[in-house]
Design a protein around this ligand. Structure first.
Ligand code: NAP
Length: 253
């Protein structure tokens, strides 16, 4: 099917790379007008490559005032906001004995506070313009534990419950905003390449990550983007507060 989000206006965070970029490209291909955001200025080129009316804007998701500026700007120019995909995130390896408070706080600032700020700004705008759909990229680490990802698991678990609370608020007719979380296992992106490097940089590390899922491989960005597309579109109009995995079977065992 084509044009599954025809006429909708979307903001995607973390859109210079990996899953965010893939989601932005998918939503654009399916008819949405997409505002791609990232702290990495390369997002401007990624937006330009998609062509008008799509556009890349620099936004650090931890910047409260920056969020309001971007959402106001999008509504002023496009007339509304229908979709927000919160994909910006960071992951630092570390078990509870080796993780530092600095890294823990950094992950919380980006992965949790960034999502909180984005959802808050977006709900305000969506409510004024007829409602919308928010998709938060959590992780299987928000559902099942990994001993080497203490802070990351904590942050992604927080995204899961923040999403459900927003969904309960958004279910009111006067708000009309759906909010769902997506939980990927290891996906082939620069983040996972960085993780493999931190684990020793060998093919062995890459293979270990691939074998974490019963399907025995890394997921592809497109496989996450199709789920995000479904949740962003009206096809999922009765789905809110859901936690949806795209994990090659990892959480099924
Ligand atoms: P990625 O390739 O590293 O892309 C993440 C993007 O977010 C990067 O462009 C990054 O910019 C940006 N970013 C980081 N901090 C930011 C901030 N404060 N403000 C704005 N942008 C920021 O990672 P990915 O694999 O696509 O991950 C996307 C999301 O999926 C993350 O939330 C991640 O936790 C989640 N996830 C990923 C996997 C996986 O296996 N890849 C699995 C489960 C969940 P910089 O390059 O400048 O940092």
């Amino acid at each position: 099917m084509a044009n599954r989000v025809e006429g909708k206006v979307a903001i995607v965070t973390g859109a210079a790379s990996g899953i965010g970029r893939g989601c932005a490209e998918m939503l654009a291909r399916e008819g949405a007008r997409v505002f791609l955001t990232d702290r990495d200025p390369r997002v401007v080129d990624v937006g330009a490559a998609l062509g008008a009316p799509h556009e890349g804007l620099v936004l650090d998701v931890t910047d409260e005032a920056g969020w309001q500026r971007v959402v106001d700007d999008v509504v002023a120019r496009a007339g509304k906001l229908d979709i927000l995909v919160n994909s910006a995130g960071i992951g630092v390896l570390g078990d509870i004995e080796h993780a530092t408070l600095k890294e823990f706080r950094l992950m919380y600032a980006v992965n949790v506070e960034g999502v909180f700020l984005g959802c808050r700004a977006a709900v305000g705008a969506m409510k004024q313009t007829g409602g919308g759909s928010i998709v938060n990229i959590s992780s299987v680490a928000g559902l099942v534990a990994d001993p080497n990802l203490a802070g990351y698991c904590a942050s992604k678990g927080a995204v899961r419950m923040l999403t459900k609370s927003i969904a309960m608020h958004g279910a009111r007719k006067s708000v009309n905003v759906r909010c769902n979380s997506v939980h990927p296992s290891f996906i082939d992106t620069p983040m996972v390449a960085g993780m493999a490097e931190a684990m020793g940089g060998t093919d062995g590390a890459h293979e270990k990550l691939a074998k974490a899922a019963p399907m025995g491989r890394l997921g592809r960005v497109e496989e996450v983007a199709y789920l995000v597309l479904y949740l962003a579109s009206d096809e999922s109009s009765f789905t809110t507060g859901a936690e949806m995995v795209v994990d090659g079977g990892l959480t099924a065992r």
